[in-house]
Design a protein. Structure first.
Length: 418
């Protein structure tokens, strides 16, 4: 019967529009590729077309940024079976052609053919848990803010080298206030040129610095004031002390502080959202996790039970080393795949670095990395190996906790073992 025919709908997703192709087994093309926008009108039109097509319909699309979400949510709400697959699976899938054809129309037909080929293995799309979804977006925002802050900080240091050399090293980057400002930046915004310090006697400067620390809620030490005065005396500026230089420095400080404030508020919101998740306490008790890395791990991993095993989680991070063998040859030097989530890879790499820094002898991940290091392995080799071991431990601890607490599996839009 026609109603029982399987019908694959392949959707090639892009930002402003998507291309849809409908086909059945045997090379039958039910509808040649056509474009739709992501507006309510066009999405409703697509629903209407699919309902009149008939057959056992399954819709497949690539996980392309966030552009797929309006289509997936609309079609799922309309009652269709929707599957969102990893874009690399589609890329590596052969459409039985040696021609390298790359157009939206060709891609939509290829996706539909992929759906027919793997019909019984297509993972269903489910709405993500709202808290996890927002947490992941916050984590991605924090990454962008951190990158911007680094760029602005480097620019400000380059500027400081021309007005007050080495001032960025006088306090240390770890000293921050409640707003996320670094102490040296706040100090530099007031004493933006070494002459701003030297115009005062050491006693007057010490008094001025004391009042500034009290006003900005920083700890005051007399020896620090004397150190700053000595630094100003030794400094050799290359930019003059004038209004133009002052405006340049103040704007650079203001820009960096604005980004630091956004970073701080984002970090606080990440922690708040992460604390709502059932695995929060377990994750935060693991060595290497903190107010930034802990929520970032939970954001990028999602519900860990969506991965069929610990190897799937490691593969999702792209830090597995797939075997390479042909005939009698088997490679002994294999590289990590880097085919998973770069955001998770970055987060777990930071965790491994923190574990290395803490160097606790009773930590199994540190002992593992230390053993590899003693064998003469390269820094990246043993750090990546430690990252993979940490993820395996994460998987075991969190899944066991969620199982014992009888917490239902959270929904997830990504298939973990894809």
């Amino acid at each position: 019967m026609k109603s029982m025919e399987i019908t694959a709908v392949g959707i090639d997703v892009s930002k402003s529009k998507s291309t849809v192709a409908i086909r059945r087994p045997g090379g039958v093309i039910v509808a040649r590729p056509f474009d739709i926008s992501h507006s309510n009108h066009d999405l409703e039109k697509l629903v209407s077309i699919l309902k009149t097509t008939g057959g056992d319909i399954r819709v497949v699309m690539e996980h392309t940024s966030n552009y797929w979400k309006p289509i997936a949510l609309t079609l799922k709400e309309a009652g269709f079976y929707v599957s969102v697959v990893n874009a690399m699976l589609i890329h590596d899938f052969s459409d039985n052609s040696i021609r390298k054809l790359k157009t939206d129309r060709a891609d939509s037909l290829k996706i539909a053919n992929y759906a027919l080929t793997f019909w019984n293995e297509l993972p269903p799309f489910n709405d993500e848990d709202e808290t996890r979804l927002v947490l992941r977006e916050q984590s991605r925002m924090y990454e962008r803010l951190a990158s911007t802050a680094t760029s602005l900080r480097n620019g400000l240091i380059a500027l400081a080298d021309q007005t007050f050399p080495s001032i960025d090293q006088a306090f240390g980057h770890a000293i921050k206030n409640a707003d996320g400002h670094e102490k040296w930046v706040d100090f530099f915004s007031i004493y933006w040129h070494r002459d701003c310090v030297l115009r005062l006697s050491i006693e007057k400067f010490t008094e001025s610095y004391s009042k500034w620390c009290l006003r900005r809620n920083y700890k005051f030490r007399t020896n620090t004031a004397h150190k700053l005065y000595a630094l100003a005396q030794d400094a050799v500026p290359t930019l003059p002390k004038n209004n133009g230089t002052k405006a340049l420095v103040l704007q650079a400080c203001k820009s960096l502080n604005a980004v630091c404030e956004a970073k701080q508020s984002t970090q606080e919101e990440m922690n708040r959202l992460a604390s709502l998740l059932p695995e929060y306490e377990v994750v935060m008790q693991m060595e290497g996790t903190g107010p930034i890395t802990g929520p970032a791990l939970m954001a990028e991993i999602g519900d860990v039970r969506r991965f069929k095993n610990k190897k799937a989680l490691v593969a999702f991070a792209g830090i597995d080393a797939p075997p390479f063998q042909s005939g009698n040859f088997e490679s002994k030097s294999r590289h990590v795949s880097k085919r998973g989530s770069p955001h998770l890879r970055r987060a777990v790499f930071l965790v491994a670095n923190i574990i290395l820094t803490l160097s606790h002898k009773d930590n199994s991940v540190f002992c593992f990395m230390d053993k590899k290091r003693a064998e003469g392995k390269h820094y990246y080799v043993y750090t990546i190996a430690g990252s993979a071991k940490f993820l395996r431990i994460y998987y075991a601890r969190v899944t066991e906790y969620l199982r014992t607490q009888e917490i239902p599996v959270a929904a997830s839009c990504l298939n973990g073992n894809s």
